[in-house]
Design a protein. Structure first.
Length: 294
């Protein structure tokens, strides 16, 4: 009875090729899906300064923004899957800022003659927006509204209604209300006729409303040619290292299988196996002889 040799044993089909093929198809599919993401308009008709402020806020939250300039202003585009998160982030930050007019724009005459009522309305509106624009310069102030009441006689013979003002401030914590509120009251009182005195400051009411605290920004780092969040860089490196080890192991296994199928390698392996088998048989025979001699 002849013993089977290594050369007569059937070789198993390498399984690494199928694994690598499936992995390559998965990577290609993910790349195609990311490339086919639709871009939608987030904001349009913005000034360059407002657009840059929005981009800075969204980039801190890991949202990519495409900036495009046109005749009507700057347009910002985001991926459709990021539209809801981008809108929520902008709302929390009070963006885009409300467009405010200065006194020159408000008092710009549209006709030959303006009535005293029109002049008064323009003046009050322009004064309010000037104050709002100034208050937005305070740190962490998201939005500001100022309602001004100037001295006015309601009816002939009635006393003149004194000046007053109401201020609404929405801010983003942290902000010290006790320190900021007197400054706002003093600023408004000094800007409106009839409120510069101590009694006038008491006629300026200030309401401050805290908004939601800003979400913590994302720290970015470079992972090869890619920009990723610093918190996920370690896990990403481990995942890539594991995939690399699996790929190298699969390639090594495929190379070994191909090498064993080469006739010369097969003869070398067969001869080596036969020599090992011969040595084992010789040791076994010597052991049997020594046992019989005893």
């Amino acid at each position: 009875m002849s013993m089977p040799t290594i050369t007569n044993l059937p070789l198993r089909r390498p399984v690494g090729c199928g694994v690598l093929a499936r992995l390559a198809c998965l990577v290609l599919l993910l790349a195609l899906l990311s490339a086919c993401t639709k871009m939608v308009v987030l904001q349009a008709g913005l000034s360059d300064a407002d657009a840059n402020e929005i981009i800075l806020t969204l980039n801190r939250q890991g949202i990519e923004v495409d900036k495009q300039k046109g005749k009507e202003g700057v347009s910002l585009l985001v991926k459709d899957v990021e539209l809801s998160r981008a809108t929520e982030t902008m709302t929390a930050a009070g963006l885009p800022r409300r467009s405010l007019s200065n006194l020159g724009e408000v008092f710009k005459k549209q006709g030959m003659i303006s009535s005293p009522m029109e002049e008064r309305i323009r003046y009050i509106h322009g004064l309010s927006e000037e104050l709002e624009s100034t208050m937005l310069q305070f740190d962490n102030v998201v939005s500001a509204r100022v309602h001004v009441v100037l001295p006015e006689r309601i009816a002939p013979g009635e006393p003149i209604q004194p000046s007053s003002a109401a201020v609404f401030i929405k801010y983003r914590p942290p902000l010290d209300e006790d320190a900021v509120m007197p400054r706002i009251r003093r600023l408004v009182a000094s800007s409106i006729p009839g409120l510069a005195s101590e009694d006038g400051r008491n006629k300026v009411s200030v309401v401050m409303m805290p908004g939601e605290a800003p979400a913590p920004g994302i720290e970015w780092t470079m992972f090869g040619p890619f920009t990723v969040a610093a918190s996920s860089a370690t896990g990403l490196a481990l995942s890539f290292g594991l995939l690399l080890m699996v790929a190298l192991g699969s390639l090594g296994y495929i190379g070994l299988q191909k090498a064993l199928r080469h006739p010369r390698i097969k003869r070398i392996v067969a001869n080596f196996a036969m020599r090992r088998a011969g040595k084992a048989a010789t040791k076994l025979a010597k052991a049997q002889q020594s046992t019989q001699g005893t």
